[in-house]
Design a protein around this ligand. Structure first.
Ligand SMILES: [Fe+2]
Ligand SMILES: [Fe+2]
Length: 465
């Protein structure tokens, strides 16, 4: 008998359920953004601690503080969208590149030195030269485009998550500088939101204090006063930095709980089931933006998994629960470099190992999020096989629950029928033939049969329309 993890718990029924605090949900998800940016766990949370203290020192009102809170927590929402481009342009591991780039001082010469020292490290001389010359010729436009993609995508995803215009604007303008030297629009002074500048300051302060200690962080922020940062924001930061306990909490185990307690939203915004669906769908966009070859993968897998579940007679609340697992199943890919994800050639053993770890990362990320904790094993198991030859655990048969088996079939079907870096898209009949061939060894035949029925029904529906 197939073990199923789904139980009709409160909150999965579309009914009232235990209301979720928005701050805790977004705070937990922000750990996935930290991974994509190559930052140590809790970076966005720590930035929120810094940013809120700066905002309060500046005398911001409650509404402005609420917008600032989510601008800082979600500042990296668009981070996955330029990862593939960074790999292609700089022939570099996007995660390492992003991590390193943020530790150079704010000058253009240091930024260029870093870029040239990192470009094409693992490539041949001619390839490296070609990349360097391209950067020399088009550096300004390349940089603008990378920041624009990231900021605009982040703002769009924030809108999908139902955050107000002010938060979207805050994210969109994260990389603008007070003196107009930022990206992508080179806006200056009052032409972009104060919250963006506070968020950027918090980012620089946290990265430098983690990397080089608090004195260096203070020195770096001061050095950028009147340049990257408005002088009054730097002054507020210096006052906040002198408050007893500020640094101890920042680097202590209770920072997350303290940041959640700071949420200034009206009635501490609560998330209902519909909003949770929107947040899961928006985060699927973050995942799918990581690689051009996985564009819309999560939403298609969700469609196929839901189709199979419907064919198998799942109730609507059960299907809703499974749809969230499908939307977020590959969230662990945010921790894998695009140099590996998008590699057109054969992967070596270490690269395979990194790929295999993505579903393990999916489970670890989702476990942190109370609202998604019970879908974590489903996402973590989507590359397991009935015969035990899957990964990461090598689970066998009844150790793999029905929902995971459904997700696996939906995932493989999309992987086969969509274009991938190493091959073109496969005709549907061929993809189904592969699923049939491996039914009983890799895949659950009942789920494969349900997919086939669902596809036939979909096709006939389309024909009728
Ligand atoms: Fe996967
Ligand atoms: Fe997948």
């Amino acid at each position: 008998m197939v073990y199923s993890v789904y139980r009709s718990g409160r909150g999965r029924q579309g009914g009232p359920g235990p209301a979720l605090r928005l701050s805790e949900l977004i705070g937990a998800l922000s750990h996935a953004l930290d991974m994509t940016e190559g930052q140590p766990p809790g970076h966005c949370i720590r930035c929120c601690w810094i940013g809120m203290h700066v905002g309060r020192e500046m005398g911001m009102g409650q509404a402005a503080l609420a917008d600032l809170y989510y601008t800082v927590l979600l500042k990296d929402l668009g981070c996955s969208s330029n990862a593939a481009r960074i790999c292609a342009l700089y022939l570099a591991d996007d995660i390492n590149f992003k991590r390193g780039f943020k530790t150079v001082d704010g000058s253009l010469s240091a930024a260029l030195r870093f870029v040239f020292s990192q470009t094409g490290l693992g490539s041949g001389l001619s390839e490296r030269l070609r990349a360097v010359v391209n950067i020399l010729q088009n550096g300004g436009e390349i940089s603008r485009e990378l920041f624009e993609t990231r900021c605009h995508r982040g703002a769009d995803i924030a809108a999908k998550m139902r955050f107000p215009e002010a938060v979207q604007d805050g994210i969109r303008n994260l990389d603008e500088h007070w003196d107009g030297s930022g990206q992508p629009q080179k806006l200056a002074g009052d032409a972009f939101p104060l919250a963006s500048n506070v968020a950027l300051l918090a980012q620089v302060a946290d990265i430098f204090q983690r990397d080089r200690g608090r004195d260096e962080a203070i020195r770096e922020v001061k050095a950028r006063a009147g340049g990257w940062f408005a002088p009054q924001i730097v002054a507020a930061f210096l006052r906040a930095a002198a408050v007893p306990g500020f640094w101890e909490v920042l680097n202590g185990p209770e920072v997350e709980a303290r940041v959640f307690a700071l949420d200034p939203s009206p009635q501490e915004a609560r998330v209902d089931e519909d909003w949770l669906d929107d947040i899961a769908a928006a985060f699927a966009d973050v995942i799918d933006a990581k690689s051009p070859f996985t564009a819309d993968h999560s939403s298609r897998v969700t469609l196929y998994a839901d189709m199979i579940a419907e064919e198998m007679g799942f109730s609507e609340p059960h299907r809703r629960w499974l749809r969230r697992a499908a939307l977020l199943h590959d969230i662990g890919k945010l921790a894998v470099s695009n140099q590996i994800l998008d590699k057109p050639g054969k992967l070596d053993e270490a690269e395979w190992q990194a790929i295999r770890m993505h579903s393990w990362h999916s489970a670890r990320i989702l476990e942190r999020v109370a609202a998604f904790r019970d879908i974590a094993p489903i996402a973590g198991g989507h590359h397991e096989r009935l015969d035990g030859k899957g990964y990461p655990e090598g689970l066998v048969r009844d150790e793999i629950c029905l929902e995971t088996r459904i997700l696996t079939v939906a995932d493989v079907f999309d992987a086969l029928s969509a274009e991938r870096p190493y091959r073109a898209a496969m005709p549907i009949a061929d993809a189904l033939a592969i699923l049939d061939r491996d039914s009983g060894t890799a895949f659950d035949p009942v789920c494969v049969a349900a997919l086939r029925r669902g596809l036939v029904r979909l096709t006939s529906g389309e024909a009728a329309a």
